[in-house]
Design a protein around this ligand. Structure first.
Ligand code: UDX
Length: 443
């Protein structure tokens, strides 16, 4: 009989993990307290945009290998070899620290039903020390007592590439406190390990820290190049050429070295803050003090973008029309959590411009968060009558637009590329003023 897996929490991470586990051949039960989400998933529909996930989910719901429930009792009775915890850990309101209430709710909801030995693997991003604390709680609350073993198995998937990243990860990290937990997770991931995925087995705290460290490093790399963009602007250099030149150094590499509006989303910003908060609690706040600067550089990019846009509106947004291309925090996603694009759009709106946003997938989510912005159904429609276009999320379709065609609908041919992703020369040739963060004026 195929092994059984349960996945608790069916957001970006959990829904993807559940469908991918079914793809690996397991019987999977997904659980969420959100009945609407569960109804959609049961009908084979993914309630958010993630390329390739719709097909995978529909395939395994149809095959009967993947089911969903809102009941902890059913999850416990499913007899899973491993229960994965995939709920979110947002930033606490008004603080840097992570809000662990959803993870804790899973433990409190599930534990009283666990009367058989089993392994729980946490995938949510949590501060170091959380797993040990949760393990104690399972011991206290679960009828199976010490038979319930907790492991931590951080997830590194990127939104937009979630399916590929789950089925072909760069590495697997499993933090364990017992041989049994290690064996159970090695079994679950056997197909990936056999395919050559590197596996690092650690203690619980190290596994928790790997995730925080990875996100801290990635954020630092992005803010490093964005700091270079600031210096380039002051010195008259071109940060795109600088970045290219750095990228050929194998020790540096070109990934996550694209200068622009900086990082956003549901992970990097809140994870570096939670990491700093935890370091403070551990008495090593100095070790991560640099992350404050990483955060500050990142937030400054948004302010600089608004300044560049204002310059292109001849010094004032009053009475001006601004087109914003992109609302998602990055392309191939409809996620608008801490989206730099929306942050810029909303600031400009508050400064008196009429702002029209277009995103290929995220208009609806953006409108829920910022109903006072105007939304258009296409890039051209958003651009109609604009005094300046701001390119803030680098969807492929924006790269393919013809500057000449766009030029026919705007009030003036001015564009600011917040992602350094458009071909400056093409826009220049079509008589546009093209500005970008960290680059000299073109046009
Ligand atoms: C990130 C991590 O990559 C992933 O490993 C972790 O599990 C969760 O957080 P994700 O939030 O999906 O994943 O987005 P990612 O692709 O990492 O991009 C993060 C942000 O950085 C985006 O806003 C993106 O636009 C920005 N970015 C990325 C840059 O500004 N420059 C770059 O060179 C790369």
């Amino acid at each position: 009989m195929a092994a059984r897996i349960s996945v608790i929490g069916t957001g970006y991470l959990g829904a993807t993990h559940a469908a991918c586990m079914a793809e690996l051949g397991y019987e999977v039960l997904g659980m969420d307290v959100d009945a609407e989400k569960i109804a959609a998933l049961t009908a084979g529909t993914v309630p958010f945009y993630e390329p390739g996930l719709d097909e995978l989910l529909a395939k395994h719901v149809a095959s009967g290998r993947l089911r969903f429930t809102t009941s902890y009792a059913e999850v416990a009775g499913f007899g899973a070899d491993v229960h994965f915890i995939c709920v979110n850990t947002p930033q606490r309101k008004g603080e840097y620290a992570a809000d662990l209430r959803y993870v804790e709710a899973v433990v409190d909801g599930l534990a009283p039903h666990l009367d058989q030995p089993t392994v729980i693997a946490g995938k949510s991003t949590v501060p170091a020390g959380t797993a040990v604390r949760l393990a104690e709680r399972f011991l206290e609350l679960a009828p199976a007592g010490a038979g319930v073993e907790l492991a931590w198995n951080p997830e590194f998937l990127r939104e937009g590439y979630a399916v590929g990243d789950t089925l072909r990860p760069d590495r697997l990290v499993i933090g364990v406190a017992s041989e049994r937990a290690e064996a159970a997770l090695r079994d679950v991931y056997a197909p990936l390990i056999e395919a050559g995925t590197p596996l690092v087995v650690t203690d619980l705290a190290t596994a928790e820290l790997v995730k925080a460290a990875a996100n801290a490093f990635l954020s630092t790399k992005i803010s490093f190049i964005n700091a270079m963009a600031e210096v380039c602007e002051a010195a008259g250099g071109d940060v795109m050429q600088l970045s290219e030149a750095l990228s050929y150094d194998a020790r540096i590499g070109g990934r996550f070295l694209v200068p622009g509006l900086g990082f956003g989303g549901g992970c990097l910003p809140k994870d570096i803050r939670a990491f700093m908060a935890r370091a403070g609690e551990l008495g090593v706040d100095q070790a991560l003090a640099f992350l404050k600067e990483v955060d500050a550089i990142n937030m400054r990019r948004r302010v600089r973008m608004v300044d560049l846009a204002r310059e292109q509106c001849d010094g004032s947004f009053l009475g001006k029309r601004v087109a914003v291309w992109g609302a998602a925090f990055k392309p191939n996603s409809d996620d608008v959590r801490d989206s730099p694009a929306l942050n810029v759009a909303a600031s400009i709106l508050l400064q008196g411009a009429q702002v029209t946003v277009y995103d290929p997938k995220a208009n609806d989510n953006a409108a829920k968060l910022f109903p006072t912005l105007a939304y258009a159904d296409s890039a051209l429609e958003a651009a109609r009558g604009a005094h300046v276009i701001l390119h803030l999320t680098e969807w492929q379709e924006f790269r393919e637009l013809d500057p000449e065609e766009v030029g026919k609908v705007v009030s003036q041919r001015r564009i600011v590329d917040g992602r350094n992703a458009l071909r400056a020369q093409r826009w220049h040739e079509a008589r546009w003023t093209y500005r970008a963060l960290g680059r000299p004026v073109v046009g």
